[in-house]
Design a binder for this molecule. Structure first.
Ligand code: C2E
Ligand code: MG
Ligand code: MG
Ligand code: MG
Length: 293
């Protein structure tokens, strides 16, 4: 009897595991062709100036529209793309798509909006990544390097080698900016901040989620902001979902915020509308928070 129930338990625990391994294999197979058949699209999420409520940049976030499975989140397929090396081609696609979109917005809307693009450590370190090709694209589109911010993670900083440093320098000479994404979730030493010449620190959403007055998380945010400002960097808080979080962070001098409270990631058309609203003096602070006009 005990043996029997033990086996049942065994089956109960392995079936989901087997399913997820199978799902992974299926996705892996589909990933190869997804790029060629144009199944990847970008959404854009505003990064908002906390004082003025105006859009500072937008972050490009990749979406996979799978013909059978529907929308698949990057959390699911970016790791697969990294394992297979496809991340290099996918990352190139994202960069070029985002740059073209940015040039189009600048032309049609007459804004000076900038854009942020995520770069995986695997992609950053790959021989397949060619900074010169990216610069050529920017030049053809008439975009200054400073219009582009590359979002990297602590994982990259922990594995810096000569190649990585040379790449960093090439991007820097072209004027691109660097943001350190998901700050506080890795194990890197803060000394890396200096050696890699970071422009923005993005405080990970796990520090924002339970933000409250007098909380440890708020103390940590405050310390990060103070440190960043002393090092000449600016701070973006990720995952702001409430006015309370916005107010607390603004009060401790956080420069920029990103999160559902301002706007979810949106399709290019919707983003163009948001940018148009900015052009006519609008802000992304929900009305309750706006000063009387
Ligand atoms: P990330 O770069 O840290 O992007 C922020 C993630 O938080 C996005 O998830 C965004 O939709 C989500 N988010 C924004 N505001 C809120 C909020 O208020 N509450 C909550 N709960 N979530 C919020 P998404 O789009 O699913 O992307 C997940 C991760 O996948 C990204 O994290 C990034 O690491 C990676 N990723 C996305 N696009 C790309 C890409 O083009 N290339 C690479 N290499 N990685 C990408
Ligand atoms: Mg990011
Ligand atoms: Mg992040
Ligand atoms: Mg994240």
């Amino acid at each position: 009897q005990a043996k029997h129930s033990g086996r049942n338990q065994y089956r109960r625990f392995t079936a989901p595991l087997r399913d997820s391994a199978q799902k992974r294999l299926d996705l892996l197979k589909d990933l190869q062709s997804a790029l060629e058949t144009g199944q990847f699209a970008l959404q854009y999420q505003p990064i908002v100036d906390m004082q003025s409520g105006r859009v500072h940049k937008t972050e490009a976030l990749v979406r996979w529209h799978h013909p059978e499975r529907g929308l698949i989140s990057p959390g699911e397929f970016i790791p697969l793309a990294e394992d297979t090396g496809l991340i290099v081609a996918l990352g190139d696609h994202v960069f070029h798509q985002a740059a073209r979109q940015l040039a189009a917005w600048r032309d049609t809307l007459g804004t000076t909006i900038d854009i942020s693009v995520n770069v995986s450590p695997v992609q950053f370190k790959s021989d397949g990544l060619r900074p010169q090709a990216w610069m050529d694209t920017l030049r053809e589109l008439g975009l200054p390097g400073s219009a582009i911010t590359l979002e990297i993670t602590e994982r990259l900083l922990m594995e810096i080698d000569d190649q990585t440093r040379i790449r960093r320098q090439a991007f820097q000479e072209a004027g691109l900016k660097m943001a350190l994404d998901d700050f506080g979730t890795g194990y890197s030493s803060v000394s890396y901040l200096k050696s890699f010449d970071i422009d923005y620190i993005k405080i990970d959403q796990s520090f924002i989620r339970h933000l409250a007055p007098d909380s440890e998380d708020l103390a940590l945010c405050q310390a990060i902001i103070t440190m960043a400002h002393h090092l000449g960097m600016q701070v973006i808080a990720e995952g702001i979902e409430s006015q309370a979080q916005h107010e607390l962070l603004r009060a401790v001098g956080c420069d920029y915020g990103q999160g559902y409270w301002y706007s979810r990631p949106v399709d290019p058309d919707r983003c163009a509308e948001l940018l148009k609203t900015m052009q006519s003096g609008g802000t992304l602070l929900p009305t309750a928070d706006k000063p009387d006009q």
